[in-house]
Design a protein around this ligand. Structure first.
Ligand code: AQP
Length: 331
């Protein structure tokens, strides 16, 4: 079985972009792959976090992953900081990554530009190398992610290739698995930007935990494009985005949704979309609430996941240490 690895940060709250672009594919990948899913808390602290909020967001995210259909019996679900090997491998890989490569990372440039005089940490700069370590340490073949992660995946392949060339085949070169539909869900208020946890406008980000009335409100005030026709096209990014979300929420395709709304206007599109989303998110929201009622069980699942992950990670790291020339650790 090929192996899948993906991660999500316990920062802010999970939004529709995370769910549509990543999480729902994680759930379906379990049928065909040996899956490793990480809650990447080490990545979260590249920007300032409140410790208590980070702890509770980590547990909440575990509940959301399970509520989204990830089955801890079939997949390895764990918290990144519980597997110290990620950070150890990241150090080695930093020595195989150039400053220039990291400077070209779009996410770094975006996130650094939003710091407005606040410290831009070295962790934010080297974050893509830790992400490379997350993937390479499991020798993952496939990484299901949204479009925003394409550049980081290419960097991961470059780093792995460079290491392999120098020391012999050590890492698997992973493929990014970017969905054809919904790989970049846009902000409902600023359809020139992706939906994001740290968006300036809270109305633009639809959280998977938003109650029905909040979903209806956010869809109602979503920005639209000029014109009146409900069609997807490059000059209608906002309507295309709403149609994409509608298609995913109803398990259909954009042309089918367009056809069902033929002759109707933006108001009907929004009304139908809001109800479709309420129904789409309801099972996840109900299940999350049930899971959060038993935090002890969530912690147990994460502990078991970390143990399974560590077994694989330890083996890769020891191969790497041996290849770069470190003396064996005492047993
Ligand atoms: N808008 C999006 N559309 C589709 N997929 C998306 N992803 C993120 N935003 C979208 C995918 O979600 C997975 C988890 O991503 P993450 O935890 O790294 O989240 P993020 O990219 O940090 O989330 P934000 O919302 O974008 O946070 P900030 O505001 O910090 O930049 C990944 O697979 C990602 O591709």
């Amino acid at each position: 079985m090929e192996r899948v690895l993906s991660g999500i940060q316990p920062t802010g709250e999970v939004h529709l972009g995370n769910y549509i672009g990543a999480l729902r594919h994680w759930a379906s990948d379990q049928d065909s792959y040996d899956c490793f899913f990480a809650i990447v808390d080490l990545h979260a602290i590249t920007l300032p976090q409140d410790p208590e909020e980070l702890r509770s967001a980590t547990l909440d995210l575990a509940a959301i992953l399970l509520a989204a259909g990830i089955d801890p019996e079939r997949s390895t679900v764990f918290v990144q900081s519980h597997v110290a090997e990620h950070a150890e491998l990241a150090w080695i890989l930093q020595c195989f990554t150039s400053y220039g490569e990291l400077q070209r990372m779009i996410q770094f440039k975006d996130k650094a530009s939003k710091r407005h005089g606040e410290i831009v940490s070295a962790g934010l700069f080297t974050y893509p190398v830790l992400q490379a370590a997350d993937i390479l340490i499991y020798r993952a073949d496939r990484v299901p992610v949204g479009e925003d992660q394409r550049q980081h995946l290419e960097l991961t392949r470059d780093i792995a290739g460079r290491f392999n060339q120098r020391y012999g085949e050590t890492f698997v070169l992973p493929q990014a698995a970017i969905p054809r539909m919904g790989a970049k869900i846009l902000d409902l208020q600023m359809p020139d930007a992706k939906m994001s946890k740290s968006a300036d406008s809270p109305l633009g980000t639809l959280k998977v935990t938003d109650p029905p009335e909040e979903i209806r409100r956010k869809v109602k005030v979503a920005v639209t494009d000029s014109g009146r026709e409900v069609v997807a096209s490059p000059d209608k990014p906002a309507i295309t985005n709403l149609l994409t979300i509608y298609a995913v929420a109803t398990g259909s395709s954009v042309p089918d949704v367009e056809a069902s709304l033929a002759g109707k206007g933006y108001a009907e599109l929004k009304a139908g979309l809001a109800e479709a989303l309420v129904e789409f998110l309801r099972p996840l929201q109900d299940r999350r609430r049930e899971l959060l009622a038993d935090p002890g069980e969530l912690a147990r699942i994460l502990r078991a996941g970390a143990e399974k992950a560590r077994e694989v990670a330890r083996k890769t790291l020891s191969d790497v240490y041996e290849r770069v020339g470190f003396l064996p650790r005492s047993k």
